[in-house]
Design a protein around this ligand. Structure first.
Ligand SMILES: Cc1cc2nc3c(=O)[nH]c(=O)nc-3n(C[C@H](O)[C@H](O)[C@H](O)COP(=O)(O)O)c2cc1C
Length: 435
């Protein structure tokens, strides 16, 4: 029988039940009591989503997060801590000395706990002067200036750059840090750090506990856990500044504690590797995204790439369910789904396109050759980008996590999570399906 009542579409059959409410699919129930009539998940629009608004020199940046279950304790210090880290790092320009980013939660949270309604967050700009900011007629190669001016039919690049600016990433960090508050309820932790600046490359182990990596990372302004590489990185940035140039690099994120089966191979839109690449690749100035071994996998034979599988019953209670790998070249993702190993994402950031020495460009008013304009700018934002990428990854993990475990309340999400882990742990030797 297939019935349709307003926005509620219900199809029932002997062994399946499908429910779509508005555009947000929520698995109706999951838990031991409902085991005999579990809904077949039809992944549609993700339950968890966010948008951002705001210009670089506008009144404020806004993040609007929808779909977070009720009952999640929100740690303001976690969100503000991430915002402060985003403002820091060696190589940042004068703007970050003016701003002091703090989130003001406008909705969706009562007495420090989510209530299921959309969470609106505001980060006020101290340097608010959108109307007074001068026009820019000489586009900076590499920035959004020329493409945006042509797109929006204007000779003033100001209108594009105000939104293209990475000031917007403050809102993305707030959204990601909010999502972390959900993830930490399930023991999921993550860390982002810098692994390369220019030609300096760091060696960062994958098998270190995150708290140890975090204190090593936070011991220097390069946000790099390898202290000797960090000193060399700072020197590269210092030299670039003297030469009125800029420098890029690579950041890496590790996510620990995600159970297997988050993401899906059933629809391309639900593949977690694809979602991570889109989200990370959309961060300003990120020009390459890798999962696990990434591009290096193309150079090796299969026997040197794929992570051989073992089983250790002692590890059954962990999120790996006891399945271990001799390597983690897949970066924790196979078929667009988590496999219980740490997730590893890397992103390459190009050098900042605002150079103190300028670059050859064209004056949009006269069409004559001139040097590009200069806006107050960073020399290197790779440390700050590591914070942005870390939080953007956190949001995508939370999004796919809720696609699988759903729930209007944290209690329901936890019931579905516990039920799944219990079922997955009891699979061995019991046949291939769960009743
Ligand atoms: C954290 C962060 C800070 C940034 N700071 C600057 C900056 O100070 N000056 C600048 O020209 N670009 C900066 N960018 C990069 C530009 O926003 C970006 O290059 C521009 O919007 C064009 O987009 P695209 O590089 O993705 O093509 C920064 C990027 C990030 C992630």
């Amino acid at each position: 029988m297939i019935g349709e009542v307003d926005n509620l579409t219900v199809a029932t059959g002997l062994d399946f039940e499908l429910v779509r409410i508005d555009r947000h699919f929520r698995s109706i129930r999951a838990g031991p009591l409902n085991a005999r009539r579990r809904p077949k998940p039809i992944y549609n629009t993700p339950m968890l989503d966010y948008r951002t608004a705001g210009e670089s020199h506008g009144q404020a940046l806004i993040a609007l997060v929808e779909g977070i279950p009720a009952g999640v304790p929100i740690a303001l210090d976690v969100i503000n801590g991430e915002l402060t880290r985003r403002q820091g790092g060696y190589g940042r320009g004068g703007r970050m000395k003016i701003e002091r980013d703090q989130v003001n939660i406008l909705s969706g949270v009562r007495r420090g706990v989510t209530i299921g309604s959309p969470v609106a967050m505001q980060i006020a700009n101290k340097d608010f002067r959108l109307d007074e900011a001068p026009p820019l007629h000489r586009p900076r190669p590499g920035h959004a200036d020329l493409a945006g001016s042509l797109k929006w039919l204007t000779n003033d690049c100001r209108e594009t750059l105000e939104r293209a600016s990475a000031r917007e990433t403050a809102a993305r960090v707030a959204a990601g840090a909010l999502a972390r508050c959900l993830l930490r309820e399930f023991g999921i932790d993550l860390i982002g750090y810098v692994v390369r600046i220019g030609e300096v490359v760091a060696a960062v182990p994958f098998d270190f506990p995150i708290p140890e990596l975090r204190s090593a990372r936070d011991a220097n302004e390069a946000y790099c856990p390898d202290q000797s590489a960090a000193s060399a990185m700072i020197e590269v940035i210092r030299r670039a500044k003297i030469e009125k140039d800029t420098v890029g690099g690579v950041v890496e994120v590790q996510v620990h504690g995600v159970p297997p089966g988050v993401g899906s191979c059933m629809r391309w839109q639900d593949k977690l590797d694809g979602r991570l690449m889109q989200a990370v690749g959309s961060v300003q100035a990120i020009k390459g995204v890798e999962i696990g071994l990434g591009f290096a996998a193309a150079e090796r034979p299969g026997s040197k790439v794929h992570d051989e599988i073992d089983f250790d019953p002692k590890l059954r209670p962990t999120s790996s369910l006891g399945f271990t790998r001799r390597s983690n070249n897949a970066g924790g993702l196979e078929g667009g789904m988590t496999n219980g190993q740490p997730i590893v994402v890397r992103a390459a950031m190009k050098p900042i396109s605002t150079l103190l020495r300028g670059m050859d460009s064209v004056n949009l008013l006269t069409r004559q050759s001139e040097r590009s304009d200069y806006e107050r700018s960073d020399v290197c934002s790779v440390p700050a980008a590591s914070v942005v990428v870390e939080n953007v990854v956190a949001f995508e993990i939370a999004r796919s996590f809720l696609d699988k475990f759903a729930g209007d309340t944290l209690k329901e999400t936890r019931a579905a999570y516990d039920y799944y882990l219990q079922s997955a742990r009891s699979l061995g030797g019991m046949g291939s399906t769960i009743e």
